[in-house]
Design a protein. Structure first.
Length: 279
């Protein structure tokens, strides 16, 4: 029996990207149901009209539930019981056969809880979407040097930028486009809605690994991420969300009582970095 696929995307002022997303999805492979969730944005009516015209399900939330919360709402609104759940940003364009390639890899890799495609930037460069889990040392070094010295050894190791052409295991896969086995998704109760934006994919990858599942990078499946349209106008608030999510992830990883001084140091360091990058 051919595996079934549910596609969930979360929109926020995404009227200019939803049509290309849906058009490309039509040629990407077998998809049984598509649910589009709008996070109470000003363009909800336009997005809803485009989704309805394409024959898909549209869910308009009465508040901005964040990315993970939006995905959860989409899964809950689905009428099918899929084998796989494909979560993708609305500013993604699928190459022909991309969904089928991910599903085929999932059938070949039964231990894979999540599978991620090769993600191209709008200029054709490869986005490092299959990364190692951030340790404290790597995370601090990446935060300090990632922007001013992109080729520093900690960032290079964390981003695994030189490992883009072969199928391999990763610590986590980018939530911009990731296929999650339904069994694994429900076992872990999906994305943690406590992450408003950012790190929900890191957290999911970590929890999948802890539960014995693998996160598998599948470069034969290709998508293009055209740009973060929904966040481009709110850079400062998104920087804050990124730092808040980083603290949530690291503080939970180092949650023992004796790590209290470390958690304080992480909090102060992130506050300082937030001030620096958004000053």
């Amino acid at each position: 029996m051919t595996p079934s696929v549910l596609v969930v995307t979360v929109t926020y002022n995404s009227a200019d990207t939803i049509a290309p997303f849906l058009d490309s999805l039509a040629g990407a492979g077998r998809v049984d149901e598509v649910v589009v969730v709008d996070n109470a944005s000003a363009e909800a009516a336009e997005v809803g009209a485009a989704v309805s015209a394409a024959g898909h399900r549209f869910v308009e939330l009465d508040r901005n539930a964040g990315y993970g919360g939006g995905v959860r709402a989409g899964v809950e609104a689905a009428t099918s019981d899929p084998d796989y759940i494909l979560v993708a940003n609305p500013d993604v364009v699928f190459a022909p056969g991309a969904v089928d390639a991910l599903v085929e890899a999932g059938e070949q890799e039964p231990g894979a809880g999540s599978l991620g495609p090769k993600i191209l930037e709008a200029d054709g460069s490869i986005y490092p979407s299959a990364r190692r889990l951030p340790s404290l040392r790597t995370g601090v070094a990446h935060a300090l040097f990632g922007r001013i010295w992109p080729a520093n050894p900690w960032t290079v190791r964390y981003r695994a930028e030189r490992e883009t052409e072969t199928r391999r295991d990763a610590g986590w896969l980018s939530g911009a486009c990731v296929l999650v086995r339904s069994t694994a998704y429900r076992e872990l109760d999906g994305f943690d809605p406590g992450y408003f934006m950012y790190f929900e994919d890191v957290d999911l990858g970590a929890r999948l690994g802890q539960a014995g599942w693998r996160n598998v990078y599948v470069p034969e499946a290709i998508v293009t991420h055209t740009g973060a349209h929904s966040t481009s106008g709110v850079r400062r608030s998104m920087e804050k969300a990124h730092h808040d999510s980083a603290y949530r992830y690291l503080s939970r990883r180092y949650s023992a009582w004796y790590f209290a001084p470390l958690r304080l140091a992480i909090r102060l360091g992130l506050w300082g970095r937030l001030w620096w990058v958004s000053r």
